[in-house]
Design a protein around this ligand. Sequence first.
Ligand SMILES: Cc1ncc(C[n+]2csc(CCOP(=O)(O)OP(=O)(O)O)c2C)c(N)n1
Length: 512
Amino acid sequence: MNGAESLVHTLIENGVDTVFANPGTSEMHFVAALDRIPGIRCVLCLDEGVVTGAADAYYRMAGKPAATLLHCGPGLANGLANLHNAMRARSGIVNIPGDQATYHRPLDAPLTADTAGWARPVSAFVRGATSAANVGAYAAAAIEAARTYPGQIATLILPADTAWEEGGVVAKAQPPAPPPPVNKKAIETAAALLRQGASTTLLVGGHALMEKPLLDAWRIAQHTGAKLLGPVSPARIQRGRGRVPLMRIPYPVDPALESLAGCKNLILAGTTEPVAFFAYPGKPGYLKPEDCSVHVLARPDEDGPAALAALLDMLGAPALDAPDPGPRPAPATGKIAPEKLAQSLAALMPPDAIVIDEAISFGRGFFPYTFGAEKHDWLQLTGGAIGAGIPMAVGAAVAAPGRRVVALQADGSAMYTLAGLWTQARENLDITTIILSNRKYAILIHELANVGANPGRTAMNMLDLSNPDLNWTMLANGMGVPAATAATMDELNNLLARSLETPGPFLIELLI
Ligand SMILES: Cc1ncc(C[n+]2csc(CCOP(=O)(O)OP(=O)(O)O)c2C)c(N)n1
């Protein structure tokens, strides 16, 4: 058995059965081993940002890591922005860049780079195999690291000779260490604060945004009068009718500050203290009021769901269902508007859909209008590095066959990793992409004003995507994805309804 074969067997034996791949020469033996040994679904992506963004969303939906296959340092570097988003989402990924053969590295051939150096800032674990004999053991260690609660990026660098040489040994990963036990003192403190009744906000993130813990949080809030909020950009929320209608802290700094105005005690469950996305001249960076104290019920790496369950128990909050959102709305008609798109989604989305939200400025107000939709999962851009949406749709669809993925996709952000559409077509993934076509970097037009900068012609040109206009139907068709344009809500409703029922990908350019 060579090193590459030991790697593939180790992945399979430890339940890693999906690889998002963009290979090169140094990974040919890894590719050959994936070919010889059945058991892994290999998904070719034509850009490394697609590989890493797909692996991120795969973990969010499957709850187990996929592996990547990347080409040397530069291939890894192309995937870094979406690894950054994955790190912010606390997604587990077994990230595998190949590399120059160990003995070829000193020759400084063109693709030689500081692969480990590029991996380190986004990885909780970085290790390079030094011989075929340790590939399996290091892969098992990487899998263990990737699975560590709530999820981490573990990078295993695979020099070409460690893949092709004989002497590979398959290894078994240890089960990951469980999250630290719930902190009793933190629960008592939170219970005491909630009983006091002073203006308290419960901010819930991470795995605590799944259906059951979120209902626990809702019951705590209803019982004590606390306000319940989610972070600006959580990795995954389970929502829709029968589930908690959670509002998030808004992205723009002024409404974000307002959402916490008057808060005296901020209790954090599975998330960190909220801060503004950016500094703005004369505005605070921390979003809580100055006289507000922060209490950590559970850190993101602690068991937030268990902490909420224990807190609920201590408070003795009565059983309660999520509130009834009323009848399912009808699709909105007429001129296009953000809340109307949300309304049509709520009307038409099938049960168990997965929404990928890289809607940027158009998507700010979608949440309240979709509380009445069928149950669904909502995945957000977590690290602010745009170009995640199309790849995430790929990863979610691969992770959850049989569930429809609806990608709400701003046009500027779509262009970064457009190549992901090709993978959607090649794998025939059930993805409906709605391109929010404003032909602008609209958010940055607001930001220009927010930071007090001058909107001159050169500046405005740098925020304008017209001249030439992107032809979305042709772009999608060119990669094998059928597409059409909608200029009214009625046109959108027709296209959306049809695509939601038709297997495979479809792209709608919505002229907003
Ligand atoms: C990797 C990366 N590059 C650049 C940016 C800066 N940036 C933030 S928003 C944005 C434009 C977004 O435009 P679009 O996706 O069309 O959404 P809209 O603003 O029109 O709603 C840019 C370039 C970023 N956040 N991340």
